[in-house]
Design a binder for this molecule. Structure first.
Ligand SMILES: [Zn+2]
Length: 348
């Protein structure tokens, strides 16, 4: 199988952004105007409540999901298929916060299984790919333990100022990474462009919606009601030392390849930063490349592709081993290792 170059996959969301994605990818702004802040890259995940939004379409018009179902072993490899079924077990996005995102969080697997009939939660992680404000920040975790009653009050009253002030404001710079465990309340600050890795769901609980183009009171609780939905929020205190454990990576994995994210991310996804010097080798794996700078070439046993800034490429397992060459920086996004995640087949 050949590596597959992916076209942009944008659809309207309820917050502003997207110009930095157009700038990165060299695309012209779409008809969604200011409200196309995300590009779902190599996605077999549909947006919450939608049948089609979010699903990547291939050149022949089929969805990636259909293509994987037709050849799951070719796309994913036998070990992945045995562990997770015909799902990539991964959702990758480009996300540009044209305005600060609302404070929100995502359920974990246990909560999603019990209340939403879904085996996946939505732990996510960010690789900062661009910033366009002088002091870019993300908001992450309560500074002090938050009472359940107090949180319910802040959300019901949409008291945005004290809600935001209760979170840590964490400065970020290009190249930084942040692991965001399910449950952790967060908001991406204005002017941040990131490559985002997530479990393959679109499950969000909104703690804030005032001023955004969504009726959060009706749509912010996953259909569960806020009393239940707020049960997925991590209300514990996150001090600087605890936050520091979400940053940073694991150092060089092999020449030209740096392993991103702390080990706590492994059950959910893996990522590498490729800076070939002069070549970075790739083992066979379903993976998604996002080229954040420079240019070069991907050479896999199944085929080769020129790479330039803004390109996104899906490498199927059956493309075989390969390498990336050239003066470029890319994020290589991978599903969790077959032994790391929840077993779809229930093997012991
Ligand atoms: Zn989020």
């Amino acid at each position: 199988m050949k590596p597959i170059r992916l076209a942009a996959n944008r659809f309207p969301r309820f917050y502003r952004g997207g110009s930095a994605i157009d700038e990165l990818r060299g695309t012209t702004p779409g008809t969604g105007g200011d409200f196309l802040p995300e590009d779902w890259v190599g996605s077999a995940t549909a947006a919450f409540g939608s049948a089609a939004d979010g699903l990547t379409r291939l050149e022949d018009g089929s969805t990636l999901r259909q293509a994987i179902e037709a050849d799951p072993e070719g796309f994913l490899g036998r070990d992945h298929l045995d562990a997770y079924g015909a799902s990539p077990a991964l959702l990758v996005k480009l996300l540009h916060a044209g305005e600060r995102l609302p404070v929100h969080c995502h359920p974990d697997r246990d909560f999603a299984r019990r209340h939403l009939g879904c085996p996946w939660g939505k732990t996510e992680a960010w690789v900062i790919a661009g910033t366009e404000v002088p002091e870019p920040v993300v908001h992450l975790g309560f500074r002090e333990a938050m009472g359940a009653g107090r949180l319910a009050e802040l959300v019901a009253g949409q008291r945005v100022e004290p809600l935001l002030a209760s979170l840590n404001a964490v400065p970020v710079a290009v190249g930084d990474t942040v692991l965001v465990p399910a449950g952790l309340p967060h908001a991406i600050g204005q002017g941040v462009l990131l490559v985002e890795l997530q479990e393959p769901t679109d499950l969000s609980v909104l703690l804030e919606w005032e001023g955004f183009a969504i009726d959060g009171r009706a749509q912010g609780h996953l259909g569960l009601g806020f009393e239940l939905a707020l049960g997925c929020v991590d209300r514990s205190a996150w001090d600087p030392a605890r936050l520091a454990r979400l940053r940073g990576g694991r150092g060089p994995a092999r020449p030209g390849v740096e392993r991103l994210f702390p080990a706590d991310a492994d059950p959910f996804f893996r990522a590498e930063r490729l800076r070939p010097e002069p070549a970075a080798t790739l083992e066979p794996a379903f993976s998604i490349l996002v080229v954040t700078g420079g240019s070069g070439r991907l050479e896999a046993r199944g085929g080769s592709l020129e790479l330039a800034r803004g390109d996104t490429v899906l490498v199927p397992f059956a493309a075989g081993p390969g390498q990336v060459r050239g003066r470029l920086t890319a994020v290589r996004c991978l599903p969790p290792a077959p032994a790391a995640g929840p077993s779809r087949r229930g093997t012991p």
